[in-house]
Design a protein. Structure first.
Length: 138
């Protein structure tokens, strides 16, 4: 296993966690939005990660980077609220709010941030090891 593989794995992890942070920020930004119909209401989104199986199948490859398979919508029910005086209320007086739990999203944001920082530390440690190895030749 080459030390350069560490940079590939750490970079894929940073990229994945950056996407996770962006999706979480989008969820939090839309948490209090209101709509007049279920179809128009924002639904929480979550990224789906997996090991990069093509690289995992290589027998010489000990490190496996992460890949983003996609972003899926949360299937939890939307919040429906009776508020006939709201300008966006439907004919029955209901407004619809996203299925985003801000507390869960904040925990998700903290987890993604820590994972990103950890990948940065791994890349930095690999860089330091590489630099020490190069200094041995002097």
């Amino acid at each position: 296993m080459s030390i350069y593989n560490i940079f590939d794995v750490a970079a894929s992890g940073m990229s994945a966690q950056s996407l996770r942070l962006n999706v979480t920020a989008s969820n939090i930004a839309n948490a209090n939005s209101v709509s007049s119909s279920r179809e128009e209401t924002y639904r929480g989104r979550h990224p789906v990660f997996a090991a990069h199986m093509q690289k995992a199948a290589d027998k010489d490859q000990m490190s496996v980077p992460v890949q983003v398979l996609g972003i899926v919508e949360d299937q939890d029910p939307l919040r429906q609220e009776y508020n006939p005086n709201h300008p966006l209320a439907d004919k029955d007086g209901f407004i619809y709010k996203p299925n985003v739990n801000v507390m869960e999203e904040m925990a998700n944001m903290m987890s993604a941030s820590r994972s990103y920082q950890t990948n940065v530390q791994v890349a930095d440690a690999a860089k330091q090891m590489l630099m020490h190895t190069l200094r041995l030749g002097k």
